[in-house]
Unconditional design. Structure first.
Ligand SMILES: Nc1ncnc2c1ncn2[C@@H]1O[C@H](COP(=O)(O)OP(=O)(O)OP(=O)(O)O)[C@@H](O)[C@H]1O
Length: 259
């Protein structure tokens, strides 16, 4: 069953079309890895699905994505988009994932708090619950943001570069958690590092203004060329690795910093 159906969707900023004529369906058990060059429109695609940017064309959300008026989409923003100065605790950040309940005015219930605490505990950061969000480490912040994204038991979880700025330990743990979550929710994950995500996601969506869904989690160089995806397959020691090709003006040029 499709949770999201996009038909001929375009999004423009001041006349510049960041994504064009997108046709994309997201099924209820999908795990899509969204890749593409810097500025290719990955975040814009996510924002279009979330309904936070004006678009042309049609974006249809299935009734299964709603519980009453609450929209069952969990979202983990890029760390850089999250305001660390916001004067709230880690626990409150997690609880704020419940604000999608429309007309939500009352204070959080005891069950809400218990659920938030249980999520913090299962991600190993229960002791940070009372700390201001601005004072925890990047890895702890990412764990809190993931807990926030799933506290409402969404049917669709969208993550924008969730492994940016974090250690390998969190990355591995994150992918294990996502694999488990994918047994009962669809996942869309934006990432630069297709070398890693191909082993995690089921299928790949390439975004370079145009959007192409590949019915596989493995892409050949030829496919990437045909779809106009500026990706390069390179080899690192014994492990073949796939990274985004450098683009002039990216501000980074060695492969490790592209990750
Ligand atoms: N609010 C905005 N106003 C004007 N232009 C924007 C805005 N947001 C994005 N853009 C432009 O739209 C294009 C796509 O941006 P977007 O952030 O969706 O790309 P991205 O693939 O997510 O990039 P990155 O990999 O760098 O995060 C870029 O050219 C960007 O400069």
């Amino acid at each position: 069953m499709n949770l999201v159906t996009m038909r001929d969707v375009s999004v423009a900023y001041d006349g510049y079309e960041a994504i064009q004529h997108v046709d994309l369906e997201i099924g209820d058990d999908d795990f899509l890895g969204v890749i593409g060059p810097n500025g290719g429109g990955k975040t814009t695609l996510v924002k279009a699905i979330l309904g936070t940017v004006p678009h042309t064309g049609e974006i249809c959300l299935a009734p299964e994505l709603f519980r009453g008026k609450e929209r069952l989409i969990g979202y983990m923003p890029q760390l850089s988009d999250f305001d660390r100065e916001f004067p709230i605790s880690v626990l409150e950040v997690v609880l704020s994932g419940l604000q999608g309940r429309r007309g939500f005015r009352s204070p959080y219930t005891r069950e809400d708090r218990e659920k938030a605490m249980a999520l913090l505990a299962s991600s190993g950061i229960a002791e940070t619950a009372r700390q201001p969000i601005g004072e925890v480490s990047g890895g702890q912040m990412q764990r809190a943001l993931l807990a926030r994204a799933v506290i409402s038991d969404p049917k669709l979880l969208i993550l924008d570069e969730p492994a940016n700025f974090v250690d390998n330990k969190f990355e591995k743990e994150l992918y294990r958690t996502l694999h488990e979550l994918n047994t009962h929710m669809a996942i869309v994950m934006v990432s630069h590092d297709i070398g890693t995500i191909t082993s995690v996601v089921k299928e790949i969506v390439c975004v370079n203004r145009r959007v192409h869904r590949h019915r596989s989690n493995v892409l050949t160089e030829e496919q990437l060329r045909n779809y106009d995806c500026p990706i390069q397959l390179v080899s690192h020691g014994h492990i073949p690795h796939t990274v985004l090709e450098h683009h002039p003006g990216d501000g980074c040029c060695d492969h490790d910093s592209v990750r």
